[in-house]
Design a protein around this ligand. Structure first.
Ligand SMILES: Nc1ncnc2c1ncn2[C@@H]1O[C@H](COP(=O)(O)OP(=O)(O)OP(=O)(O)O)[C@@H](O)[C@H]1O
Ligand SMILES: [Mg+2]
Length: 493
């Protein structure tokens, strides 16, 4: 039976957060450490199989008790209550902060980027990457994700437009805000006639270009500006109107959503009072913007938060602050983007645990863009070392777990006989004219029935079961996987 270890607040910080320190035990003698958490987790399970109340709850509680700071992302409206219960059970209510339109916490991601960027070029690159990540969502919902050359071309062109527009805005001295970026993009000259008549000079884009032209710049910045100038005065107006409108709308659909309503109020606040660095003091933030309630805005806000939190982790000096942190997302298919896979590659060195759960491999591929997303899903999963599989009926997930775990030599007893004959007799040297014996074959270590038959929790036993796999590890049973029994925490009255 899984065992959560008691709170270890009294220990000195170094021991307390040593990567080898145990967070929980899947079964007796099968510990899972702080270091293991940094290698990432993906949990699978059919609906009602015990992901949320089983493995996710166990990991969440263990991390809270160990003193992690963290960010919980939400999909279902009840997620906030679930996580608040964990925080309460771990005795960490003092560290809890709820980021939602009904609370007072506000953030400003552009101000955060500006405060930490080492140079204007770094700022432009980071903001371009962030905006392009948010366009991923719109693309999934809209244009078909054929993954073809067309899609790549439009993405590339959209990111050129974003980069050039940001460069002009940053150097123009105008406030770097999303509404300004939006204005600049939609006012960019659309025809050679507009350029020749000088009409473009009276637009916001024209004003920014002139201010940037006049601003003092280093030689390399001058060269970058010359490229941007040539882009807006020659390349952009020369694109076919259809191409230009697809490229522009790819970008403006994201900047527009971020510039309005709750997304603007929460992420572009003039008086921000929350920052990712609060996690290093042990703060636990619930992004209470559940996707099932707020839809695209909920996704957008949380993806921006996740990205900004990951960036903060990436620049943290862990020699000065070693507190482990987590980013946790249940039903993660709604909140995962390509950037997560890149971050996972460095998560270990940043002492960050990315803990995700989803129903199935098929669902994940579908949510991330259909068949063309398979390579992305594959590489994301490869980087999340601990994979937990609750009861599962999706054939692809079952096959995935089987292939992951691999085959082993199995002894299979076989025989053929007449209906009433003693078919065991040949095994004992009795000649009956029938045949039977043992044969060796390489079989999957886990049969589909092993995964399908796992306990789903609920009364009377209130225990969920899961197969826990960890790449490159040997559990006490001699395998890379173990069957864990995870009791559900008692429900709140
Ligand atoms: N604290 C609890 N005590 C007892 N049973 C519980 C508890 N929490 C959930 N259950 C029950 O255990 C089963 C698994 O629930 P859980 O919500 O963990 O599944 P899940 O895999 O997260 O499902 P979904 O995909 O729908 O989110 C359900 O039948 C649920 O009603
Ligand atoms: Mg759940």
């Amino acid at each position: 039976m899984i065992r959560l270890l008691s709170r270890r607040k009294s220990k000195p910080a170094l021991d307390r957060w040593d990567p080898s320190a145990t967070l929980l035990e899947w079964t007796a003698g099968a510990p899972w450490s702080i270091g293991d958490s940094f290698m990432g987790v993906m949990g699978f399970g059919s609906t009602g199989s015990g992901k949320t109340s089983g493995s996710m709850a166990a990991i969440s509680l263990a991390m809270l008790r160990a003193g992690y700071g963290g960010l919980y992302l939400t999909v279902k409206p009840e997620d906030r209550q679930t996580y608040t219960d964990h925080v309460r059970a771990a005795g960490r209510l003092d560290d809890l902060m709820v980021f939602s339109p009904d609370h007072l916490l506000r953030y400003n991601f552009i101000a955060d980027e500006m405060a930490h960027a080492k140079s204007p070029a770094g700022l432009i690159e980071n903001l371009t990457a962030l905006i392009m990540t948010t366009t991923e969502l719109a693309e999934r919902g809209g244009r078909s994700s054929s993954g073809g050359d067309n899609e790549r071309y439009f993405r590339l062109e959209s990111s050129r437009l974003a980069r050039n527009a940001l460069l002009v805005l940053v150097f123009s001295g105008e406030p770097v805000t999303l509404p300004n970026l939006h204005r600049l993009i939609v006012s960019a000259p659309r025809s050679i006639e507009q350029i020749q008549s000088g009409e473009w000079r009276n637009t916001f884009c024209g004003e920014c270009l002139e201010k940037t032209d006049a601003a003092e710049k280093l030689p390399s910045q001058r060269a970058d500006f010359d490229l941007a100038l040539s882009y807006f005065l020659h390349e952009w107006p020369a694109l076919s109107s259809r191409t230009r409108s697809v490229v522009q709308s790819t970008l403006t659909s994201a900047t527009d959503m971020l510039s309005r309503g709750a997304a603007r109020d929460m992420l572009s606040s003039p008086k921000p009072n929350v920052s990712p660095s609060m996690m290093y003091e042990g703060k636990i933030i619930i992004a209470d913007f559940p996707v099932l309630v707020y839809r695209e805005i909920g996704q957008l806000v949380q993806i921006v938060l996740k990205l900004m939190w990951q960036r903060a982790h990436a620049r943290r000096d862990t020699t000065k602050n070693a507190r482990p942190t987590f980013i946790m997302a249940d039903e993660a298919q709604m909140l995962l983007v390509e950037e997560d896979q890149r971050f996972q590659a460095i998560a270990r060195s940043t002492r960050t645990a990315c803990i995700f759960a989803t129903q199935s491999v098929s669902g994940l591929v579908e949510a991330l863009g259909g068949p063309s997303a398979e390579p992305k899903v594959h590489s994301l999963l490869t980087n999340l070392q601990t994979r937990i599989c609750h009861q599962q009926t999706d054939v692809r997930t079952v096959e995935y777990m089987q292939q992951l775990i691999g085959r082993s030599r199995q002894l299979v007893m076989n025989g053929n006989q007449d209906r009433d004959a003693n078919w065991l007799a040949p095994l004992f040297g009795v000649d009956t004219g029938q045949s039977s014996g043992f044969s060796e074959s390489w079989e999957h270590e886990l049969q589909a029935a092993d995964i399908n038959g796992l306990a789903r929790g609920g009364p009377p036993h209130c225990v969920t079961e899961a197969i826990v796999y960890q790449g490159g590890r040997a559990f006490p049973n001699g395998h890379t996987w173990i069957r864990a029994r995870i009791p559900q925490e008692p429900r709140r009255a």
